[in-house]
Design a protein. Sequence first.
Length: 130
Amino acid sequence: MGIITSAQMYLRGIAQKPKEQKENEETEKNLISGKDKASLLVQAGRQKYNAGDYVTAEKCFRSAFLEDQDCQLAVTYMGKALYRLGKLDAAVAVLQRSIEMDPDSYAGQKAFHRLQRIEQKTGKAILSEA
C-alpha cells in the first residue's frame, strides 16, 4: 500500500462519524458554520500543541478536518502532532496529503519543511515519493 493510499485511508477513516455524533452535530450546525468551527478547533489545537499536549492537539485538528475537509491547516497540524506522538507513517501520509492540497500555501510549505526534517532525521527518502 503506497503512502498516498495510506493518507487517503487515514483521512477517510476519521471522516466517518458515529451516528450519535452526527445527530448531535445537526443541532450545532445551526449555531456555528463548519468552517468557523474548524477555525476555532485549529486555534485550540495549536494552543494544545504549543503546550506539549499532542494527544489533545491531534484530536482538535482531526475534529477541525471533520468539520471542513478543505482546511489544509488542520491537515498540516494534524501531521505535525502525529509526528510528535511518534506515529511516523501516519504523519508522513497526512503531511504529504497537505502538500497535495496546495503546495504553495502557508500550510503546504509548513508540511514540506516538516517532511524535510523527517527525511533528515530518519535518512529515508520521503519527498521523492510524493
